[in-house]
Design a protein around this ligand. Structure first.
Ligand code: 26Y
Length: 798
């Protein structure tokens, strides 16, 4: 424990040691660095001890392999988890500083795109907080996710060179580096009676780990997230002479998601995947051998669980086989049993385009030995089913088919557990996309509905609400979200409802200031704050929200009134995703039109905030009244912004997709606004091609009048993009059912407006949402992973 005064002294000492400046001369970044140094002292002993405790107790550990991590900022979350947040805040206050202001100097660690990466980071926090020995394994990208700017309404991508600012959280561990081999040829030679590959002409890359401490909440556990950087091996290891050679090595971990529309881009991405997989598995085995020697491989599954987060690290299966068989001379069958027991896999999507497949020739050229290992896994797989199951099923489930390597099949065949991320999603995996595998291995399939860490998304993001919860429930909910259910007792207490409404208003005022700062726009905090924040994708249907905005605009122009509303978007489009960028442009032009139309007079405002990311989410989400979760049913695996918004008391308007289904179940029909086609209707329409958007357009005057606004000159400065959207909505076989759901969506929005009229009833619904968030608490989710999949027990608490 640290008192306020001790904290103050430690902070001043660090400021002096590092920068020799007085407080009033220090820059915000210097203040942040001094604070982070105090924090590092706070966890360094625990970090060392957690590693040695794992060792001594031989506790089973999980290694979570993920090509994305999105931790955001770490100063305040580390302070919170150390139990120092209040002392730090007060100490700084005494020094006339504001912790939140200083914290803004810390840039986000944005080594990911969206849901999958943020989930990985929520899990890291929850695993440490629940006392499990867990390790993250990922890539140290030089450039994180691009910074988004709007120029003339268009998205422009700026490089995010985050390593320049020298993050104080990273520890470079050169001593733990590993070598990763690419390309060349190999021949099998016999060595002491064992066939061993001898490589020639391969490229060797040095993988250097950068470690970040993951501090558990009030429990002395500090885990590690390890990010691998590609570097040039030193000359005594390998002598690289040409600049070209050196550059290709350094390029390896340069960018997140290389453009995959070219061969070179795809090759680079495959290289990245193998790079962090190989380095990670080498380091796991090295540690295991250090503790157990080279004769105890059957114990590996008792000490190690490896988790494959989506298909990107699916090569873990083949790489573990390669190392066991080639380097440690374990028999194939035994190695295979061990591998299956160690590996588990999460699927995050049913969208075909995200299930990775690699061209066999490309794969072989880059990873000749691994390709042969996969070929052998595939051959044995087919052989084991021969005569037992229909040949067509074998063909459909093989790893290699059509000259492609199917990464999901590799992950499934090599794992003992396969999970989806929400009940509906898992059910769809079992009955559609992975149905063949489900029939073969029903026991391997299970659901683990996603979760979010309430420490970041409630305690840190919404301190006022957290204090109200303390008052009402005592502070145990901070450790045990099941306590939140007790809040329902206050559901009819006008005092509590009033306080809740006041807190929401205060958060909205804060967001209004930020909006003013960033866009110059004035918004009224009394209006409905209607929020859609997530990656920009056709299936997520920011377009549907846009059409609602147009409908409101049309009404207001025609003298039909609506409650005041501020529609807030946050979304990045993948740089090569043309349609998503067109949507951004149209939203921005519509926003410009409406926000500057004097006839609208503040009744409606549209705000598209630039550069959506973890930090901006922390500012937007506590201020939301309405949470937009409007994906085409069956397409959103889970969603996690839906959970964050619910935890902060927003009401959800949603299709019965992903985890929305479970939110509806948790809060009850009266406390959510559901609309749109259900999964059976959607699947039916796909199956019999019965969706005819032209017909919907022609038969519904409402739909027609709104959609026509995209092409009738209403919106200036985006004719081409408006037309592109229009065409996409009415095209035959339009896969996202935008027009099919439009009327139902508008009706649901009308129900929102009615509900908004009674502010006390709204606050009550908000309270009920907050009270039922336990089942979406990542602490709870990771416990289920630990019990059912990884078989971990928490470290005995120090
Ligand atoms: C292979 C490449 C095209 C690719 C790149 C990124 C494929 C997938 C991804 C990322 C997927 C992702 O973020 N999925 C989201 O995962 C969340 C966490 O499980 C879900 O909540 C969300 O519904 C899903 O879209």
């Amino acid at each position: 424990m640290m008192t306020k005064d001790e904290f103050k002294q430690a902070f001043l000492d660090e400021l002096d040691t590092h920068f020799s400046v007085a407080i009033d001369e220090a820059t915000d970044y210097e203040l942040f660095e001094a604070l982070s140094a105090v924090v590092r002292h706070g966890y360094s002993e625990n970090w060392r001890r957690t590693r040695t405790e794992d060792n001594r107790q031989q506790t089973k550990q999980v290694y979570y392999f993920s090509i994305e991590f999105l931790p955001g900022t770490l100063l305040r979350s580390n302070l919170l988890n150390l139990g120092w947040l209040d002392q730090a805040r007060e100490a700084l206050h005494d020094l006339k500083l504001d912790l939140d202001q200083v914290a803004l100097a810390e840039p986000d660690l944005a080594l990911g795109n969206g849901g999958l990466g943020r989930l990985a980071s929520c899990f890291m926090d929850s695993l440490a907080s629940e006392g499990y020995a867990a390790n993250g394994n990922g890539i140290y990208y030089k450039y994180g996710l691009f910074k988004q700017k709007f120029v003339d309404g268009y998205q422009v991508e700026m490089p995010n060179d985050w390593t320049k600012s020298d993050s104080p959280w990273l520890v470079r561990r050169k001593g733990k580096a590993a070598l990763v081999h690419f390309g060349g040829h190999y021949t099998m030679i016999e060595q002491d009676g064992w066939l061993t590959p001898e490589y020639e002409g391969d490229q060797v890359v040095l993988a250097v780990p950068y470690d970040i401490a993951v501090v558990g909440y009030h429990n002395h556990v500090t885990n590690t997230m390890r990010l691998w950087n590609a570097e040039i091996p030193s000359e005594d290891e390998i002598d690289y002479r040409t600049i070209q050679d050196r550059r290709t090595i350094e390029d390896l971990t340069s960018v997140l998601y290389p453009n995959d529309s070219t061969y070179d881009g795809r090759l680079l991405r495959l290289k990245q995947e193998y790079f962090f997989v190989s380095a990670g598995i080498q380091s796991i085995l090295r540690y295991f051998v250090k503790n157990n020697g080279t004769n105890a491989w059957d114990q590996l599954p008792d000490e190690v669980a490896i988790h494959i987060n989506d298909t990107h690290p699916a090569m873990c299966v083949a790489e573990l086989m390669r190392l066991l068989v080639d380097d440690y001379r374990v028999d194939w069958e035994r190695a295979w049993q061990i591998t299956q027991q160690v590996m588990s896999y999460t699927n995050h999507t049913i969208m075909a385009e995200a299930l990775e497949k690699w061209d066999v020739n490309m794969f072989r050229q880059l990873l000749p030995r691994l390709m042969d290992i996969i070929t052998e896994i595939d051959r044995r797989y087919a052989e084991s089913l021969q005569g037992r199951v229909d040949g067509q099923i074998i063909d459909r489930t093989r790893i290699i088919s059509g000259n492609q390597v199917h990464m999901a099949h590799l992950a499934i065949i090599g794992s003992h557990s396969i999970n989806g991320v929400a009940e509906l999603h898992t059910q769809l995996l079992e009955t559609t996309v992975l149905n063949d595998f489900y029939n073969l291995y029903p026991d391997r399939f299970n659901n683990k509905t996603n979760g979010i860490t309430l420490r970041r998304w409630l305690q840190l993001a919404n301190p006022q609400l957290s204090h109200l919860l303390d008052e009402q429930l005592g502070s145990q909910w901070r450790n045990d979200s099941a306590q939140l259910l007790k809040l329902t007792k206050a559901a009819d207490d006008p005092k509590v409802l009033n306080q809740l409404a006041k807190i929401k208003l205060a958060n909205k005022q804060k967001l209004a200031q930020l909006i003013k700062q960033q866009t110059g726009l004035e918004v009224d905090p009394q209006a409905i704050f209607d929020v859609q924040v997530k990656r920009l994708h056709a299936y997520k249907r920011q377009t549907l929200k846009l059409l609602h905005v147009l409908a409101l605009y049309r009404d207001l122009k025609n003298g039909i009134d609506h409650p005041k509303r501020v529609v807030i978007f946050g979304a990045k489009a993948a740089p090569s995703y043309v349609y998503a960028k067109q949507v951004i442009k149209v939203i921005n032009e519509v926003a410009k039109l409406i926000n500057h139309d004097p006839a609208i007079n503040d009744r409606l405002k549209v705000v598209f905030l630039e550069n959506y990311g973890v930090t901006l989410a922390e500012q937007i989400i506590p201020a939301a009244d309405l949470s937009e979760q409007i994906s085409t049913t069956t397409k959103e695996a889970s969603g996690t912004s839906n959970m964050k918004l619910m935890a902060n008391g927003a009401l959800t308007i949603a299709t019965m997709d992903g985890a929305n289904v479970e939110i509806a179940e948790a809060v009850g029909d009266d406390n959510i606004f559901i609309f749109g086609l259900n999964k059976d209707q959607v699947n039916q329409a796909y199956a019999d091609h019965s969706y005819d958007p032209q017909q919907v357009y022609n038969q519904s005057p409402v739909v027609k009048s709104v959609v026509d606004m995209l092409i009738d000159g209403t919106i200036p400065a985006c004719q081409a993009e408006g037309k592109a959207l229009y065409d996409s909505f009415v095209q035959a076989n339009e896969p996202f059912f935008v027009l099919a759901d439009l009327e139902s969506y508008l009706q649901a929005q009308a129900r929102v407006e009615t509900a908004w009229q009674d502010q006390e009833a709204w606050a009550k619904r908000s309270l009920i949402n907050i009270a039922h968030v336990e089942r979406f608490d990542a602490d709870h989710t990771v416990q289920l992973y630990a019990q059912d999949i990884w078989h971990l027990t928490p470290l005995a608490q120090a």
